[in-house]
Design a protein around this ligand. Sequence first.
Ligand code: SF4
Ligand code: SF4
Length: 362
Amino acid sequence: MSKRANTESTILKTILWIYIVLCFIIAGLNYGYVKTAPESTAKIISWIWHFYENWVKTVFIIVASILTIRIIKKSKRTFMRKRNLTGFIITALVVHIVSPLILNNNELYFFTMPLPWTTTPLQTLFENSSFYVSRFPLWGKTGIVAAFAFYVFYSVIMIIGSLLFGRRWQCSTLCMFNGFAAEVFAPAFPLIGKKKKIQPITVKIFTVLKWIIFILSLFFAVYWILLLVGVPVFENYNLMSKLENYKYLSAELLMMMFFWIALSGRGYCYYCPLGTLLGFIGRVSGQRIITNKTECVNCNQCNISCPMMIDIKSKALKGEPVTSLRCVGCGHCVDACTTETLSYTTTFLSKIRLKYKRRESE
Ligand code: SF4
Ligand code: SF4
C-alpha cells in the first residue's frame, strides 16, 4: 500500500473509531442518564443524540465513502462498490436528513427496521406499550401515525425492491444498520489487528446463531401481532419489550460493533434476522452470480474478496451460478474477477438487460 493509501486508511479507521466511541457515550447518556437528569439537561442530551445519529452519521458516510473509493481504486475495479456507496449515501440523506425534516421526527431511523429485525415500530400501534407511552407526549397521535406510515412505506420499498433486485437491494443499498458500515468503511476492518479470514468453524457457529436469532425474532413478531389483533397472550408486554431490547442490544448492536473491531465488517450479516428472511426473498427473485467456465483462470480473487465466505471459484470453474442464501449482493467478487467474467443478476435484471441488448442490436 502506498503512503497516501496508508494515510487514507488511517483516517478511515479513525472516523470509525470516533463513530463507535461517540455512539457509546451519547447513546449511554441518552438512554440511561436522561431518565434521571433535570429536564433542560435531558433535552440537550437528546438533541445531541439525534444530531449525532442523523447529521454526524450522514457526514461520516459521505466522507468515508470518498476515502474508501480512493483506497480501493488503486488495486481493484470499483464498478459495484461505487453503486453500493452511492446507494448508501442516498439512503442516508433520505432516512437521516430529508425525511426527519419533512415529518418533524428525529427518530425515524427506528422505523427503517422492518420485521423480523425489531417489533419497535409495531409497538406504536399498541397504546399501552412503553414505546407508545414514551413517544406520545412528544409526537402526538399525528406524529405516531406519520412515523408508522413511514415504516410501512420503507418496508414496502424494501420488499418490492428485494423481489426485483435481490438481497443486494437492502443489504448493499438501504441497510443503515450494518450494511452501510460494511461497505462504506470496507478497507478499515478489522479496526484492531490484520485482516482476518473467517474460518469455516466460525461460519458454522454463525449458522447456528442465525437460526436461533431468527426463531427468537419471529417469536417476538408473532407475539406483538397476536396482541394487536386481540388474541389473549402473555400480558406482561413491558417485560416482553424489555427482553426484545436486551436481545437487540446484546446479540445484535454490541456484537455488530465487536465484529467491526475484531473480525470483519459483515460479521453481523451472517446471522441478521432480516438478512435471513431476505435470503429467501433473494431466492424468489432469482438472485445469482453468473459465472463463465471458459473465462475462469482459477486465480481465486473472487473467493478472497467475498466477505460472506462463499465459494464462488468452484462454481465458476464449472460454469454454474452462485445462489448461496448468504450472498449479500455486495458485488465484491464481480469487481475482483481478473477476467471480468462474473456478474450479479436477478430474473428482473436479466429481463431488463435482454431487452436493452435487443434494442441495441436492432
Ligand atoms: S444482513 Fe441485516 S445487517 Fe446485514 S446488510 Fe442485510 S439487513 Fe443489514
Ligand atoms: S458472492 Fe460474496 S462477494 Fe459476491 S456478491 Fe455475494 S456476498 Fe458479495
